[in-house]
Design a protein around this ligand. Structure first.
Ligand code: SAH
Length: 462
């Protein structure tokens, strides 16, 4: 059984850091079912392929099992050759760090979607190619499947239930490995070991972020857990329970609460209009909306032809989906000027380079204070647009809102809310560090004592 993973991300040999396996060496590991070998058939700057070869010891597997009759079938079977749950065991054992998205040397790359191609030999799939497609295509893979003949010397015997498949996508390596971890045993449908309660945990852990929304969720759960009804029930229950407090939905609910608190002022509309005016006045043609949420600012910017290229980025897949659906309703010419990216603002991102201006509206207060330094480097040092507009609530103003209990923040996901002095101190420090000038302006009606509900910093470096 052979799995190869190829990347064309440059430098491609970084794949070695992500897998925690040196491209220059062959490494072998013992597993319960035999040996696992990791090696690199190719490793150049442009293209690097890692291979995971499972050498299954069928005899060893059968030997020592007391009380079982050693039928020939135990020795003569497809187990040594097919992609099976042994692959999942090997992934979890040999590529544990990579699966969990950790990399000591390349922590940012581990979280980045990369051009990847996985090739798997002898994937058993009795339900045929259509089922393979139903499993992998909803996850964004381009799938090529080649059906193997039962026996090359007797083509008249027809096709076997085995496929060699290739999966291609721009995806995080850890996500690709999690998808394989869960779906290979689902395809094999013949799990080698006892399925116990901890299998439900493993399924939920490795299915986090994609299984709850997968259209074949029920089939995947049922097959992964070997159709053991009580486990299936437990898993489906947890998957659907997890759906309710889905991070994005909580976010949406909290947004609604925040909107309700701020509504009498229709503050958000004022805020977006103010930001749009600042972007326009800066003369920017290519603009970023970082933490674009559901894309309200994007839809405003698109109406103005000055903005020739508009890119929205957010970490939330759900928000981007909503943004995308709303953008689809615009005329095609307008749609063509806007692009959505998924990404985190706390990592440097090549895709954000070369823009004239960036808007970051009501986003920084969602970041963990410990990540603010990473955020300012990613935006001010790496993306480095000439103009950066940041807005954030003014905590002093909170006393003005009757519906907001004293000492509470406006939104449950806010990690902090700054006073004007705090925001200004942070902004000046960042501006000085990265060579920008900064000016401040209030957003919304100003109170003499506590100021306006929102505050804006306009950073320029020209
Ligand atoms: N700018 C939008 C949304 C503000 S809500 C508006 O004004 O309407 C905050 C947004 O920041 C959310 O959509 C959230 O998903 C996003 N966000 C939070 N942390 C982020 C991060 N680290 N990287 C990118 N986006 C992030």
């Amino acid at each position: 059984m052979l799995l190869t993973i190829t990347t064309t991300h440059v430098p491609a040999t970084d794949l070695g850091y992500l897998l925690h396996k040196n491209p220059a060496r062959l490494q072998s590991f013992s597993a319960s079912f035999g040996r696992v070998h990791v090696f690199y058939p190719e490793a150049s700057e442009q293209r690097c392929t890692a291979a995971l070869l499972l050498d299954v010891d069928t005899v060893g597997l059968v030997r020592g099992r007391r009380g079982e009759n050693r039928a020939l079938e135990q020795y003569v079977n497809d187990r040594p050759y097919v992609a099976s749950s042994f692959l999942s065991v090997a992934l979890a054992q040999v590529l544990r760090e990579a699966m969990s998205g950790r990399s000591k040397e390349r922590p940012e790359l581990a979280l980045e979607a990369l051009p990847l191609r996985a090739r798997l030999t002898m994937v058993p799939c009795r339900s045929g190619e259509a089922f393979l497609r139903r499993l992998f295509e909803p996850l964004g893979y381009e799938l090529t499947a080649q059906n193997e003949l039962l026996d090359e010397t007797f083509p008249q015997w027809g096709p076997s239930p085995y496929f060699t498949i290739e999966l291609k996508a721009t995806v995080r390596l850890s996500d690709l490995l999690s998808h394989l971890y869960v779906l290979i045993p689902v395809l094999d449908d013949e799990k080698h070991y006892w399925v116990g309660d901890d299998e439900v945990d493993k399924l939920l852990r490795h299915g986090a972020g994609w299984l709850p929304a997968h259209p074949e969720r029920e089939v995947i759960v049922s097959r992964y857990l070997r159709r053991q009804r009580h486990l299936m029930r437990a898993a489906v229950e947890q998957l659907t329970r997890d759906e309710a407090p889905d991070a994005d939905e909580v976010e949406a609910a909290h947004d609604a609460e925040e909107a309700a608190v701020e509504k009498p002022l229709s503050l958000h509309e004022q805020r977006l209009a103010t930001v749009q005016n600042v972007l326009k006045a800066s003369g920017a043609r290519r603009v970023l909306d970082l933490g674009c949420g559901e894309g309200r600012l994007l839809r405003m910017l698109i109406k103005d032809k000055q903005f020739e290229e508009i890119v929205g980025m957010d970490v939330s897949h759900r928000c981007l989906q909503i943004a995308n659906e709303r953008l689809q309703r615009l005329p095609p010419m307008q749609q063509a000027r806007v692009k959505l990216l998924q990404g985190a603002l706390t990592y440097r991102d090549e895709r954000l380079r070369g823009f004239d201006a960036a808007a970051i509206v009501e986003v920084i207060e969602h970041l963990d204070p410990a990540r603010l330094a990473a955020f300012s480097r990613a935006v001010f040092e790496f993306a480095r647009p000439a103009t950066i507009v940041i807005t954030t609530p003014n905590a002093e103003y909170n006393v003005q809102w009757e519906s907001l209990p004293a000492g509470k923040m406006r939104h449950k996901d806010h990690r902090f809310e700054w006073t004007r002095a705090e925001f200004e101190a942070w902004s000046k420090e960042v501006a000085a560090r990265f060579g920008y000038a900064v000016n401040f302006a209030p957003i919304g009606p100003e109170d003499e004592e506590v100021g306006a509900p929102s505050q804006m910093g306009i950073f320029t470096n020209n």
